[in-house]
Design a protein around this ligand. Structure first.
Ligand SMILES: [Zn+2]
Ligand SMILES: [Zn+2]
Length: 390
């Protein structure tokens, strides 16, 4: 018996009679994390991981919410349910279901790299694994947290030395806190190049993270600095993408602008965004991360919910797994902040995917990207290096 099936209202567990991250209102919803494509209003009762309560309630304040510590279990209609860290954002969880001698895990969104703002991803053994595939193409390989933070710090420092503010656009839930925490950790005793100005859209989430014990650097609101303060020209301004064309930005004068997103990996995204720099940072697993996670589960069956479903299913089937897609309404959460990768960039990625899937399926490591040059815009490798082909 399948422990999870795709229904029009969301992923459903038939023996347990509950849903996981449903997109329509249902009686009982288990929530993997509080991003808006996974946590929606209107259901009768909700269950989430305890560290995610604050952020989930900040988004859906009036819900009937129960929570479990990571690793703690409840039995519902004979199905044993437990939640395990997914490493994606604060409180994110994989849902482990055990019934009739079978174990299924629905992972929601996840990443393997530890960023210090949430419990690290925990591999959970299972028979069937339900995975995302947001960045499920060989071109997606992330740099380490330390490398990324060093890049942002040196961009900020160079701007501050020239008396220019540094405006960094990023998604308000997860990405912003990861960057704030990472910059503070990376700067260490040397300290940060200037003050950090936080856009108002970040405030509630920063508070929820701080309340959960995540160390964040001090931030100010723009209104707390005098209009002509020289500090404005040394500041890092952290703002959601929707602030890009707002009058709020004018006080920072001729600022350098940058964007932090996994989509910055796609050639041309930085230019189309109209920013000076692109930092390739994502809270989703990259291609090697997806495969490491899938392999660590030991699962023989894999369902793929969103992202590059077709390419991932095909690759896994060729590796001898029973893989298939699940029809869902999950997306990249950044879609919900008017931060969607534009259609031109997606068309380009799709074209690359079509061209690459065959080669990638037989030699994924061969498509490894070299270091990206943010100034030039990240380039997608144009050919598979034959020396690496197996
Ligand atoms: Zn998410
Ligand atoms: Zn998602």
């Amino acid at each position: 018996m399948d422990l999870v099936v795709a229904r029009p209202e969301g992923l459903y567990c038939p023996p347990g009679d509950f849903h996981i991250d449903p997109w329509r209102p249902v009686a009982r919803a288990v929530i993997t994390h509080a991003h808006s494509d996974h946590a929606r209003a209107g259901s009768g009762r909700y269950l989430c991981a305890a560290p995610g309560r604050g952020v989930l309630l900040s988004r859906l304040p009036d819900i009937h919410l129960d929570s479990l510590d990571y690793g703690e279990a409840v039995v519902h209609n004979g199905v044993r349910i437990s939640l395990h860290p997914a490493g994606h954002v604060l409180g994110s969880a994989q849902v482990r279901l055990e019934y009739g001698g079978q174990v299924w895990v629905a992972s929601g969104d996840y990443k393997l790299a530890h960023d210090g703002t949430c419990a690290p991803f925990e591999p959970v053994r299972c028979d069937t694994f339900i995975t995302e595939s947001t960045f499920g193409l060989p071109i997606y390989r992330w740099q380490s947290q330390a490398e990324l933070m060093t890049q942002i710090l040196s961009w900020w420092r160079a701007n501050a030395e020239q008396g220019r503010a540094s405006v960094l656009y990023c998604y308000a839930f997860g990405k912003a806190q990861r960057i704030l925490h990472g910059l503070m950790t990376q700067a260490g005793e040397a300290g940060l190049p200037g003050p950090i100005v936080e856009h108002g859209a970040m405030t509630a989430l920063n508070r929820a993270y701080a309340a959960a014990g995540v160390a964040l650097p001090a931030t100010v609101h723009a209104s707390e600095l005098p209009p002509r303060s020289p500090l404005l020209r040394q500041a890092l301004v952290i703002a959601p993408p929707s602030a890009q064309r707002s009058p709020w930005l004018r006080r920072f004068g001729d600022a350098s602008q940058a964007f932090a997103s996994g989509w910055m990996r796609i050639r041309g995204t930085r230019r189309r965004r109209g920013v000076d720099r692109g930092f390739v940072i994502s809270d989703h697993a990259d291609w090697p991360g997806l495969h490491a996670a899938i392999e660590a589960t030991g699962a023989e069956r894999v369902f793929v919910t969103h992202g590059y479903v077709h390419a991932m299913v095909r690759y896994l089937c060729e590796r001898g797994l029973q893989a298939q897609g699940f029809e869902t309404q999950y997306g990249d959460e950044e879609d919900h902040d008017r931060d969607e990768p534009d259609s031109e960039a997606l068309a380009e990625a799709d074209a690359q995917a079509d061209a690459k899937t065959d080669a990638a399926a037989s030699a994924p490591a061969a498509a490894a990207a070299g270091p990206t040059d943010d100034k030039a815009g990240p380039a997608i490798p144009s050919a598979i290096d034959p020396r690496d082909a197996s």
